[in-house]
Design a protein around this ligand. Structure first.
Ligand code: IVH
Length: 716
């Protein structure tokens, strides 16, 4: 459509109505092609002109504003949340180190893993760690097809439409780029742009705490037009899947990104020694305040990509990189109160309520106090900390905030202690249910013994259940859960996970309507019920993690789900497994199978068995399974090899790689590795100098091979 040239002032009412109808259809079509089909047919400028014309006509004839007016819709982004994107390669995070000694250790661990002598060349890149949010940009046949946030590292949010509005990000790559490449880097906002934006937004009363939040908020907009109006920038520094190798080194790969049109950070440098790395850290730290964007440290990466490959990953982070963080920021303020929070497992955690204070650009009102010993001035090892000074309400306290970590109280200012300040008395009963709170021998935490009757624990379990990395149900925040938990009307009450999914039906069958309750509008109720329905099928790993079983964090949940693929199989194994009675007992076959999951040890296996042994838990899971269908997990990294499920012990010195690298290799092949030889050992790989382990293996009749044979088998 071409724009009608009749000036808006000259339009008759009839003409205006007609044109608004045409514009509604036209703009909706462009929205669909742009967002859903990723195939726009007009330029952004022409699209803007259509929207402006529509707005101008509506301004003159407000009575003609249509139900389906483009001014009412916020683009045609996927229904309520962003669609999910599975990353072709996981998006990992980085380990943090804080001191020069930590960097020495890091370099040492890389050398050890690679079996590199101290004098062999080992180059690292060092570059600023940008305080923004990471982004994966997938190019297929050199065109940007998907942009995804990190999410939980495996699945992110599809923000392609919004990313296309950022001028730093090319839509097309040149001919020399691979057919498939996920370019990764950081979306951020410059400090000056952030301040301007704050001014612009101040009128609407909506502001962000810092450039990072501002970048995140601007990116996660339903309407790409809003994102477009925000000054977002990008640095490319990493990659995911590529159809061909990018380069031989990290440095050259990033330089290729620059050649393709991506901004890269000009402070990235190659460092050939530890001294150079630390010098680069100091140089960047010295310039921190004058850089136009926020950074929170320096990232070191092994430069040679073949070495990166050998080093590989731990569960969440690469062995070949680490973040050297800048020292935490500190401030003093007054401790107004100490509150006790009761966690999912009943742990009583003291939380400091502070006189608000700004630390490194963020207003801090709460800080962690760890546990009762910490408040009393006693460390984890039972020795005095802070010179034995305790922490009292009314004290002036020194707090520290490092990155995203919860701020903590480091110390008090003794001279400022009010004369009437009294030592804090840690409660011996649970503040939520009144049950005894006990501290077991050798434990730092005091736990509520209320178990199932403790409302705080139940609420925390529900909060965990719906949280982002678990079932990810939007619209059920802390306040809402508390409301539903305490609802007097049974039709609204949520006490256990299954209740969330029966809420809609119970509500429909009752006279109380959620939308009549204060704080719940019709729109938010619909959104919530939709969000709940959307999670009636979820990945088994999320489902398992959401149950809140002790020791089953995200990583273990994934490992277990990927091993058994279905929830039924997991449950069957955990129900049948019997915890071995003592040393020498290998447990039944279900127990052994549970233990055969890569990375799962006895502590985790025991927690699984205990959970499913509890009748109440089984009932809760049964009820939940009537509402929710856990989807089978893809078997990942589980290619059957001759080593799958085998327990291997490496002993003696190896020539071609370090013992750690050999172990990592065995684990990639599905084996478990152990530090000592026992009846459970299936294979011993012995190098020169092997001693007692080799003897034990021979005594037990376990197969022993040398390093060459190990490689022959691996390669075979
Ligand atoms: S490399 C496999 N380089 O830090 C490692 N990350 O704490 C990929 N970040 O999620 C990351 N600046 O969002 C890398 N120069 C940089 C970075 C950087 C910021 C972020 C990134 C990552 C997080 C990990």
């Amino acid at each position: 459509m071409t724009l009608d040239k009749t000036p808006v002032e000259k339009l008759t009412e009839e003409q205006a109505a007609e044109e608004l109808a045409r514009l509604a259809t036209e703009i909706a079509g462009h929205d669909r092609r742009y967002h859903a089909e990723d195939a726009p047919t007009i330029s952004d400028a022409d699209y803007d002109a259509l929207k402006l014309r529509n707005a101008a006509i509506e301004a003159r004839f407000p009575e003609l504003i249509r139900e389906d007016s483009p001014s009412k819709s916020v683009g045609a982004a996927p229904s309520s949340a962003f669609a999910q994107v599975q990353h072709a390669r996981p998006m990992l995070s980085l380990d943090n180190v804080f001191s020069d000694e930590d960097v020495v250790d890091f370099v040492g661990s890389v050398r050890r893993f690679l079996n590199l002598p101290a004098d062999a060349e080992l180059v690292f890149t060092a570059e600023p760690k940008i305080d923004g949010l990471s982004m994966s940009l997938r190019y297929e046949n050199r065109r940007l097809v998907t942009a995804a946030t990190r999410g939980d590292g495996t699945t992110g949010e599809n923000v392609t439409a919004n990313i296309r509005t950022i001028s730093d990000i090319p839509e097309w790559l040149p001919a020399d780029a691979p057919d498939v490449v996920d370019v990764r880097g950081e979306i951020y906002m410059r400090r000056d742009d952030f301040l301007d934006l704050q001014k612009r937004m101040a009128e609407s009363g909506q502001t962000f705490a810092n450039p990072r939040n501002s970048a995140a908020g601007s990116l996660r907009q339903k309407n790409p037009e809003v994102t477009k109006s925000r000054p977002l920038k990008f640095f490319a520094y990493a990659w995911g899947e590529t159809s061909e190798p990018l380069a031989e080194t990290q440095f050259d790969a990033v330089r290729r990104f620059r050649d393709w049109g991506f901004p890269i950070n000009e402070r990235m440098k190659r460092c050939a020694s530890l001294d150079e790395m630390l010098a680069q850290y100091r140089a960047i730290e010295a310039d921190r305040a004058s850089l136009p964007y926020d950074i929170d440290g320096v990232v070191y990466k092994v430069d040679r990509l073949d070495l990166q490959e050998r080093l590989g990953f731990r569960s969440r982070s690469p062995r070949w990189a680490t973040a050297h963080k800048f020292p935490a920021e500190k401030a003093t303020t007054v401790l107004k109160a100490i509150d006790i929070q009761v966690g999912r497992t009943g742990a009583l955690t003291p939380v400091a309520r502070l006189e608000p204070v700004t630390v490194g650009g963020v207003v801090v009102v709460n800080a962690t106090l760890h546990n009762e010993d910490y408040i009393r001035g006693i460390g984890n090892d039972g020795q005095p900390i802070r010179g034995g000074r305790d922490i009292r309400v009314g004290d002036t306290v020194l707090i520290q905030r490092a990155g995203d970590v919860i701020p903590q109280i480091l110390d008090i200012v003794p001279e400022k202690r009010p004369a009437d300040a009294k030592p804090y008395e840690f409660p011996h009963v649970c503040p939520a249910c009144g049950s005894h709170a006990v501290r077991e021998e050798g434990e730092a935490v005091r736990r509520c013994t209320g178990g199932l009757i403790c409302p705080a624990q139940a609420v925390e379990r529900l909060r965990h259940f719906v949280s982002r990395n678990a079932m990810d149900i939007e619209g059920l925040g802390e306040k809402q859960i508390e409301f539903f938990f305490n609802a007097e009307d049974e039709a609204l009450r949520i006490r256990e996970p299954a209740d969330i999914f029966t809420l809609k039906a119970r509500q429909q069958a009752s006279l109380t309507k959620l939308e009549n309750i204060e704080g719940f509008g019709a729109v938010s109720v619909k959104k919530l019920l939709d969000a709940i329905d959307a999670r009636r099928t979820v990945e088994t790993s999320r489902f398992l993690f959401a149950l809140g079983i002790r020791h089953i964090g995200e990583t273990n949940a994934k490992r277990i789900a990927r091993h058994f693929t279905s929830f039924d199989a997991i449950r069957a194994v955990a129900t049948e497994a019997e915890i071995p009675a003592g040393k020498g007992d290998r447990g039944n076959s279900a127990w052994q199978e549970l233990n055969a999951v890569n990375g799962v040890g006895e502590v985790v296996a025991e927690a699984m068995v205990e959970f499913f042994n509890e009748a109440h838990n089984r009932d809760a899971v049964d009820a939940l399974l009537r509402e929710v269908q856990p989807a089978d997990e893809e078997k990942v990294g589980q290619v059957e090899t001759q080593f799958s499920g085998k327990t291997i012990v490496f002993t003696g010195s190896l020539e071609r790689m370090s013992r750690d690298e050999a172990k990592a290799m065995a684990e990639r092949l599905g084996a478990k590795t152990a530090g000592s030889v026992s009846k459970k050992t299936d294979l011993v790989v012995a190098g020169p100098g092997a001693g007692s382990k080799l003897k034990a293996a021979t005594d037990l009749g376990i197969e022993v091979i040398d390093e060459d044979e190990w490689f022959r088998r691996v390669e075979g």
